[in-house]
Design a protein around this ligand. Structure first.
Ligand code: PHE
Length: 352
């Protein structure tokens, strides 16, 4: 074995080791699989540089063959490994680019509108708030009510013509969908002694269906029972309520009317909040130029009702009122069809 044979082996090993840097430099700027594979072939392909250099192995003394062969395997591994690493990188980069095209993660989040209370709920809570400042507390009663609580106890016996005023949904002979919140008056007086100051908001039902009537609507009932309660107290409470609710000084007019459970009884009109009663042009469509709009019924609790509810009418007097909340909201917000409240159309709901 000659020195020059050894020198050849050394040279070959150096050459092979050198390919590692050469290869790394060659693929460094490449950004697609095809060109990386092409460079890989330049080194490891059939006529690749590594193969060409290794052709020498056969001519080397056996002692050197193993060393050169090992160097050959090492560079093959290095190149394979490097190709796999770069291709993996490319796949990741592509995925990242794809993501960036779909989402710009630096953009501010799209505002997601929160929900809010329904206009009628807002109006109900506001009404309750105003009355609670005057010392009234909330009372409740069932919507599926007995005929007795709804009518009989309120001095509206069967066959009484007043039943025609309220077209009733009967569940059975003795059970109805309450047509007004007044049965809560009865339930309250039967369960608690005077002094009483309650408001009872809730759904009521009547067989009625047109732009200003819905088979289900919302009333708020009021009842005050104590010694010395007068009609003036009733009027004062109502004036306070409408002025607070409409946020302007409005007065109230009590027009004599008939409800079997109050005496005297009255329709409650409030001063028109649109024209304030002035002769405006064009004429006010809300009050039809009368200057007043009806908002409910009221009166002094009839002694007959007190008797049915076991309240001593010699000692106590009381007033009661009932108002439609849809109507209050309608007057304050100009809603012109009662159906809007119940249709759930966001274009309506989002305005309030
Ligand atoms: N309950 C009556 C109605 O719904 C309104 C009312 C309540 C009248 C209280 C007088 C007293 O028409």
């Amino acid at each position: 074995m000659t020195d020059s044979d050894h020198a050849l082996a050394e040279l070959t090993i150096q050459q092979l080791d050198g390919f590692a840097t050469e290869f790394a430099r060659a693929i460094e700027p490449l950004v697609d699989e095809q060109s990386i594979r092409a460079v890989q072939a330049q080194f490891l392909g059939k006529k690749g540089k590594v193969g060409e250099v290794l052709k020498i192995v056969g001519k080397l003394p056996p002692a050197d063959r193993a060393k050169v062969g090992a160097a050959g395997n090492k560079i093959k591994n290095t190149i394979e490994h490097e190709v796999a690493r770069r291709l993996g990188e490319l796949v990741h980069a592509a995925a990242r680019a794809d993501l960036a095209r779909t989402f710009d993660v630096t953009l501010p989040a799209r505002p997601h509108g929160g929900g809010h209370l329904h206009l009628l709920t807002q109006v109900r809570l506001e009404a309750v708030q105003i009355f609670s400042e005057l010392g009234f507390v909330v009372a409740d009663g069932p919507q599926i009510e007995t005929d007795w609580h709804t009518f009989e106890a309120l001095a509206i016996p069967k066959e009484h013509p007043a039943r025609d005023m309220q077209d009733t949904f009967y569940v059975s002979e003795e059970i109805v969908l309450r047509t007004h919140t007044s049965p809560v008056q009865v339930r309250t007086m039967l369960t608690q002694p005077p002094p009483i100051r309650i408001v009872a908001p809730g759904h009521v039902y009547r067989r009625d269906d047109d732009p200003t009537h819905s088979p289900m609507f919302t009333q708020i009932e009021g009842l005050a029972v104590d010694e010395g309660i007068s009609f003036a107290d009733l009027k004062g409470v109502l004036i306070h309520f409408v002025s607070r609710f409409f946020q302007r000084d409005l007065t109230v007019r009590l027009r004599p009317s008939y409800f079997p459970f109050v005496e005297p009884g009255a329709e409650v009109d409030m001063q028109c909040s649109f024209c304030m009663g002035a002769a405006v042009s064009p004429p006010c469509r809300i009050c039809k130029t009368t200057g007043w709009v009806e908002i409910g019924g009221a009166g002094m609790v009839d002694p007959d009702v007190f008797a049915q509810c076991k309240v001593d009418s010699e000692k106590y007097t009381g007033f009661a009122f009932g108002m439609g909340l849809e109507r209050m909201a309608m007057l304050r917000h100009g809603v012109n069809d009662i159906k809007f409240y119940y249709e759930g159309d966001l274009r309506f709901l989002e305005q309030f």
